[in-house]
Design a protein around this ligand. Sequence first.
Ligand SMILES: *Cc1c(COP(=O)(O)O)cnc(C)c1O
Length: 393
Amino acid sequence: MNYQVDKKGYYGKFGGAFIPEMLYPNVEELKSVYLEIIESEPFQKEFQKLLKDYVGRPTPLYFAQRLSEKYGTKIYLKREDLCHTGAHKINNTLGQIILAKKLGKKRIIAETGAGQHGVATATACALMGLECIVYMGEIDIARQAPNVARMKMLGATVIPAKSGSRTLKDATNEAIRDWINNPVDTYYIIGSVVGPHPYPDMVARFQSVISEEIKSQLKEAEGKENPDYVIACVGGGSNAAGAFYHFLDEEKVNLIAVEAAGKGIHSGETAATSVLGREGIIHGSKTLLMQTEDGQITEPYSISAGLDYPGVGPMHAHLCESGRAEFLSVTDDEAMQAGIQLTQMEGIIPAIESAHAFAALEKKNFSPEEIVVINLSGRGDKDLSTYIKYFAI
Ligand SMILES: *Cc1c(COP(=O)(O)O)cnc(C)c1O
């Protein structure tokens, strides 16, 4: 079984590039050059230097003593929360912006839901001195004011998407419309392992630094490169793709992907794609997708904005269907409890997205000699108001 993308842009039966004809030249340009550019020496030199000096990589692999004692196994945390801007997203936006520069693009566009990808993109644009336009649903703009302020401070223009449900998918439509109208000078930075080929593969490669570091850090700490388990939360799937990447073909490494069950899988307010999703097309690729009988995308729900997505990227759809990764669904309540537990046992306040991954510890049994790596995708500062309200602090 192969878990990497094939030449046509598919992971098994998922992936591809289902795009309007007018986008074809843009996507074709990217597809024909991305591998050559990102594997070239000048690209890698610039990317690696920024990952080190700007992002602060390598991020630590931290042995969580108290958590390990509680669950009777060896638990390591990959500290993506310590990246500049507080999450793994910056790894990808820096990779894509260097690529955009090499392609001679002058103008960067992005879509954002909660604003985290928008902030990471605006950060990369400020760093490179490139114009930045972020599309965001009108409703999201109202409920994510701090991130809107951050983007504006960083010099980005935030354009409200006023159609449809005025949330992420409408912002995506607006971004695609912009790209169609500006094919020559504009580059579209997508924030997860979603979208038409080659985006899922490209984003997975940029995030694969996470598992590359886990391997060498585990070798140093435990004398072996491979853990028994890698656990990560999945919205679109980029932090999980990065944490899994170099273990995909190591079948002895168990991969666990944790989705948001929201208020419960069958509550109607959920984002549990692996359970409820059926094959469909979203954001330009064929994948697992929550939809109605007649194929309309269902509005997802999760307490964590980053997991509030009706699909998963095509790599994860394939990992799910092939059984290579085990998918777990974690409710809002389970995630919040796991978040406060990590805070009070290890002194680390996680993003609520990441807290979902920690809730998996309650659902699995590990033995004392096993090594479990949890990808701590981001820090919880952005979620303080949600924590405060939930626990009435
Ligand atoms: C955006 C985000 C996620 C979800 O996105 P993926 O592409 O699935 O990684 C998870 N954790 C944090 C901290 C995020 O900001």
